[in-house]
Design a protein around this ligand. Sequence first.
Ligand SMILES: *Cc1c(COP(=O)(O)O)cnc(C)c1O
Length: 402
Amino acid sequence: MEKFQQIVEFIRDLYKTPKDFIPLHAPVFMGNEKKYLEECIDSTFVSSVGKFVDRFEEMVAEYTGAKKAIVTVNGTNALHLALLSVGVTPDSEVITQPLTFIATANAIAYTGAKPVFVDVDLDTMGMSPIALLSWLEQNVKMVDNQPINQSTNQLISACVPMHTFGHPCRIDEIAAICKEYNIPLVEDAAESLGSFYKGRHTGNFGKIGVLSFNGNKTITTGGGGMLLTNDEELGKHLKHITTQAKIPHPWEYAHDFIGYNYRMPNLNAALGVAQMEKIDEILTSKRKIALAYTEFFNKNQSPNHSITQSLNHPIIQHITEPSNSISNYWLNAILLPNRKERDEFLKFTNENGVMTRPIWKLMNKLEMFNPDRNAGAQCGDLSNSEWLEDRVVNVPSSYLKI
Ligand SMILES: *Cc1c(COP(=O)(O)O)cnc(C)c1O
């Protein structure tokens, strides 16, 4: 317990909070949030049309480099729409990773498609291009240039990798494999606003990328999401179906598609604009926090161990950004030596007022997505995901004025 006590003291020092509860990730409002909310209320444009909606979309498009950005009520429904728009249908299969937040798998389920879980890489915690390719080679044949799963006879209609805790996965290799197999790529970049891979913002490598502005994410609109695309036509279509597919007309109600009411209200977008104005400051702070964690764990536990080296070493280490990447360090993650120590660490920290959380339970172990209970779900070899599931814990990562 002594080394856990040391960690608790380090976190309390870092956050200059000697006694009070320290949350995992609190939102920070230090700019024009109140001013813009007031403007919004004074204008009466509080709902889904308004200048903040347009401005927020423009700011995120510019920041990420995407041609089009379309706001939605939350990230989960943005993922749902992204999947529908690339052609995911009930009689098809969507490849994703088992180590993700439930929203990824739920969005696949909303379409009626069945999930296929392929393993992650140890260093990125995101989808492994090797695992993806290996599953495709073993299971998929191209029929009329369509990727068909030989054992189920169903189309692979999309691939959804996720950038875990803001650390980019090997998205360029994944994009190349998807291209070779003619599989639409939808990036779950919900956790990675401000994360870049080889100089390009995450969410920009496939057909559509999805962001989230939930209260615990890097910036927040209370609740909210965003669709990113570099295909102008697709962008127009996405905006159209988030807004009930209404054909613009001064008074008539005409709709040409089954649309959704997935629009973000102007009130939320007002928050988004104020938050985007501060994104550089927020990211700088998060990088400093991450650096402090790295230094602490290097000094106290294990100088310069890589994740793979730590496989059989009883050490605790901070997970740093993968190569070729700039991570937003949304949530800092550490590796405990094994599940038993992970559980002891979770108990100790939470009982001592420092909030920590384990990485998610693997999707394939949940009732709804368990291949043994649900005939539709399938899995590749998941050893890396299982190894990480036993060891990864998130530690406090809120913005800190440094
Ligand atoms: C936050 C998150 C989402 C979207 O969540 P919302 O709360 O609906 O905005 C999707 N995928 C992942 C991996 C997430 O972390």
